[in-house]
Ligand binder design. Structure first.
Ligand code: GLN
Length: 311
């Protein structure tokens, strides 16, 4: 299969890269606007760590919303399902990722799911650690374990840039605090700093593919045999990726590609072919719903060619 993938990949990447012109690099976090709009890169990794790579796969980008999958897993390990689902729902919202709408509609004011910003901020508040620094240290440790490298770092410039312009996330977080979704002990500004930091973890396609691979193999890193996450929690995360991972384009992506995936506003997409591959993609130009236009096209193309759809 890898030979086939390697043979087809250059043509597909070229074809999909042309779609970048229909997208735009996110600019609401000013530092992200510096990303190359017409880039497209991909790494596909198999169980032995073998890879197929193409395009700008060496480009560094920040995880942004992709990090929410892993903070959800860490929160599940810290608090169990009951603890997490007391604070966040299990349903797609059908709204933009940073929407303020509908927050009041779910009883008792909890966000729809852990992958929209409001839900992710609530999830981050559940991660254990005596201080914000300790929390981010634990998050980084977990991300590094999953990526199989100690090289993952926070891009401080991106984190600062987001913090300086996060009026909407700040509003969401204070609203959650007012609704007592965030615990009494939670300082909203400190919590937001942890959230901006985990969104700003810098990665490349191969590192992201390795993180995806751990999820593709049910939480056990196939390269080391080490269990990083209980299988049941990985199942929860994958379910959210299918229903909410591409925001309100998740339905269309499920029909066209049919694999669990999570996008971020930096243009990254993490995708999983369960039991087979972990995939990292980057294409900074985004479509209307906040997903990489070229990246989505490439994944849909590959899934169709190799019959990856779970459905
Ligand atoms: N850090 C970004 C934000 O909170 C993450 C959003 C995203 O990647 N869709 O706005």
């Amino acid at each position: 299969m890898f030979d086939q993938i390697r043979a087809q990949l250059p043509g597909w990447v070229n074809e999909s890269r042309a779609l970048a012109v229909h997208g735009r690099v996110a600019a609401y976090i000013p530092e992200l606007a510096k990303a190359p709009a017409d880039a497209l890169g991909i790494t596909i990794m198999g169980r032995g760590g073998e890879t197929a790579t193409e395009g700008s796969h060496d480009l560094k980008f920040t995880m942004q919303s992709i990090s929410k999958v892993f903070t959800l897993l860490l929160a599940l390990m810290d608090q169990g399902e009951e603890g997490v689902f007391a604070k966040v729902g299990m349903e797609p919202s059908g709204d933009d990722f940073n929407s303020m709408l509908k927050l009041e509609l779910v009883e008792p004011g909890i966000p729809f799911n852990p992958l929209i910003n409001a839900g992710a901020i609530a999830v981050t508040s559940l991660i254990k650690g005596e201080t914000p620094a300790r929390k981010i240290e634990r998050i980084l440790r977990f991300f590094r374990d999953a990526a199989g490298t100690n090289e993952l770092r926070i891009n401080e410039a991106v984190s600062r840039s987001e913090a300086a312009t996060a009026h909407r996330n700040r509003s969401l977080a204070y609203f959650l605090k007012d609704n007592e979704v965030l615990g009494e002990e939670i300082d909203v500004e400190e919590l937001l700093q942890v959230y901006f930091d985990h969104c700003s973890v810098e990665i490349d396609c191969a590192q992201l593919a390795r993180m995806a691979l751990v999820l593709a193999y049910g939480g056990v890193d196939p390269l080391t045999g080490r269990e990083l996450v209980p299988r049941r929690y990985v199942r929860i995360a994958k379910s959210f990726m299918v229903t909410c991972g591409m925001y309100n384009a998740s339905g269309e992506f499920a029909i066209r590609a049919g694999i669990p995936a999570k996008s971020g506003v930096s243009g990254g997409i993490m995708a999983i072919v369960p039991g087979q591959y972990g995939i990292g993609v980057v294409g900074p130009a985004l479509g209307r719903q906040g997903n990489s236009t070229a990246g989505v096209h490439l994944l849909e193309r590959m899934s169709a060619a190799f019959d990856w759809s779970l459905f």
